[in-house]
Write a protein that binds this ligand. Structure first.
Ligand code: SAH
Length: 469
């Protein structure tokens, strides 16, 4: 029998009855040094104890599975074994190495424990009384870019965020970066709870504001959990002793007059500007905040904001590439009244400029496509060959048009800049990569995504920039 047991944050009286019972009947107890030392008083003398170092999780899981045939093995994990703990890994290992075990040979159970979030929340007050999310800042197993993307989405959403693994001896920058991201989206005074060694020796509980959080960076470590409040989070009691996130009872029962007054004032502001203007300003502001965490120059930033705004999709930023200063070059082209060539009519009609050409519906494109057995959009691009020298080419939709453009570039045709955001599972990503390998300045949405709205957003922002030159 293999029991994967969450032992809670540390204090023995916070172990569940079931966890204690399994430990009392264990033949073998496996865990890392820290967890074993927390529970050593209740490990029966006859039980064999196997301690392993932090970081040996895979080995520990494998050993526990192997030993559990015919013996009561307890694998201990801090807090809850299923929350950044051993339970997931053991199930994966069983599935991977001995799939028949998952249902038959090994009897497997997972016993929940009090996780750091709930232990810390109880010490702070009730910060998790409304919706919340949990993020680990450890990038040992997850690429930092992915973590950062989650942080940006969560920081934008009005939700309480609990941070696990905020910092370690070798990882200091992550919490600083997370703080910068939250500062972009949340008020300076947002309450933040910092709990170190919850329910263990050396327990420290602090409540501060988002702006003041850096003062604690020196003491934030592997045993710290951080709770970042939402707009519903407040400090209550003398000296703001408790951190509480309101659930909304105050709204329903109207006992909070001050908040209601603030809400009304906010509503008045919204009513005073026209409805569409208010929406536009708010979405622009959101796009600006999202892009502000990226390292672009000023012009690039404006183009990036426009793409995020047009698609309402921050994740596109990950795929956006500016190759060889395309924006200045493109704006200069527009100022010099150079032509713009597009792959499809929809892209053409979205561009706010007089010299835009698209040959997809030209009868010559139909003939060329039939004769050469190529797509009509590719034929349209081939027909524009002379027009595109020193001009701008915008491929917003068609991968085959982009492939054709890449072939023309290979043959020495040199547009001044290329905007390439074609979409599709077949050939789009490859064609765009080929454009990026060329020496033509380009704005590209890499991979399979992109589309007409992105292409139009890019070129229209370039057109606006050209008016300022
Ligand atoms: N399975 C554990 C979490 C493991 S990840 C659980 O459910 O609690 C390790 C992280 O959990 C630490 O970096 C820290 O952020 C948090 N943590 C674990 N124990 C803690 C404690 N006693 N006090 C504060 N934070 C703790």
């Amino acid at each position: 029998m293999l029991s994967i047991v969450g032992i809670g944050p540390g204090a023995l009286d916070l172990l569940t009855g079931r966890a204690k019972e399994r430990i009392a009947h264990a033949d073998i107890v496996i865990g890392n040094e820290r967890y074993i030392s927390l529970i050593k008083e209740i490990i029966p003398e006859r039980a064999e104890v196997i301690m392993s170092k932090m970081g040996n999780e895979v080995e520990r899981a494998r050993m526990a599975i192997d030993l559990s045939r015919g013996k009561n093995v307890v694998l201990v994990s801090g807090g809850d074994a299923g929350i950044y703990g051993m339970a997931g890994l053991v199930l994966e290992m069983v599935d991977h190495t001995v799939p028949e075990m998952i249902d038959h040979t090994v009897e497997l159970e997972i016993i929940p424990g009090i996780t750091a979030a709930s232990a810390s929340a109880a010490l702070l007050g009730a910060p998790l009384a409304n919706d919340f999310a949990v993020v680990s800042l450890s990038d040992l197993l997850v690429p930092w870019a992915e973590i950062e993307e989650k942080l940006v989405s969560l920081a934008m959403t009005d939700i309480v965020v609990v941070i696990y693994n905020p910092s370690s001896r070798t990882r200091k920058s992550q919490i600083e970066r997370a703080h910068q991201i939250f500062m972009k989206f949340r008020g300076d005074k947002t309450p933040v709870g910092i709990v170190r060694n919850a329910e263990r020796e050396g327990c420290e509980v602090n409540i501060t504001t988002l702006a003041e959080l850096p003062r604690f960076f020196g003491s934030i470590d592997m045993s710290t959990t951080i709770v970042i409040g939402s707009s519903m989070t407040e400090r209550l009691g003398r000296n703001g002793r408790w951190m509480v996130t309101r659930r909304g009872y105050n709204r329903k029962y109207g006992y909070d007059r001050k908040k209601d007054r603030e809400k009304r004032a906010e509503n008045r502001w919204a009513a005073s500007s026209s409805a569409s203007e208010a929406i536009w300003i708010r979405s622009k502001a959101i796009a600006e905040k999202i892009v502000s965490v990226c390292s672009f120059n000023n012009y690039e930033r404006r183009v990036a904001e426009r793409i995020v705004f047009a698609n309402a999709d921050p994740s596109l930023l990950r795929f956006l590439v500016f190759h060889l200063n395309p924006i200045e070059r493109g704006a200069a082209c527009i100022k010099a009244r150079k032509p713009v060539v597009t792959d499809i009519e929809m892209v053409r009609s979205g561009i706010k400029y007089e010299h835009v050409k698209c040959f997809v519906n030209d009868t010559r494109a139909w003939e060329l496509a039939r004769r050469e057995n190529i797509t009509r959009t590719a034929a349209g691009i081939r027909l524009a060959e002379n027009l595109m020298r020193d001009g701008i080419v915008v491929i917003g939709n068609s991968p085959s048009a982009c492939t054709e453009l890449a072939a023309l570039v290979r043959r020495g045709i040199k547009p001044a800049i290329i905007v390439a955001t074609p979409v599709g599972f077949v050939n789009a990503a490859e064609a765009k990569e080929e454009i990026l390998r060329s020496d033509i300045p380009a704005v590209v949405v890499r991979g399979v995504r992109g589309g007409t709205p992105s292409a139009v957003a890019i070129i229209n922002e370039i057109i606006e920039i050209s008016r300022e030159l």
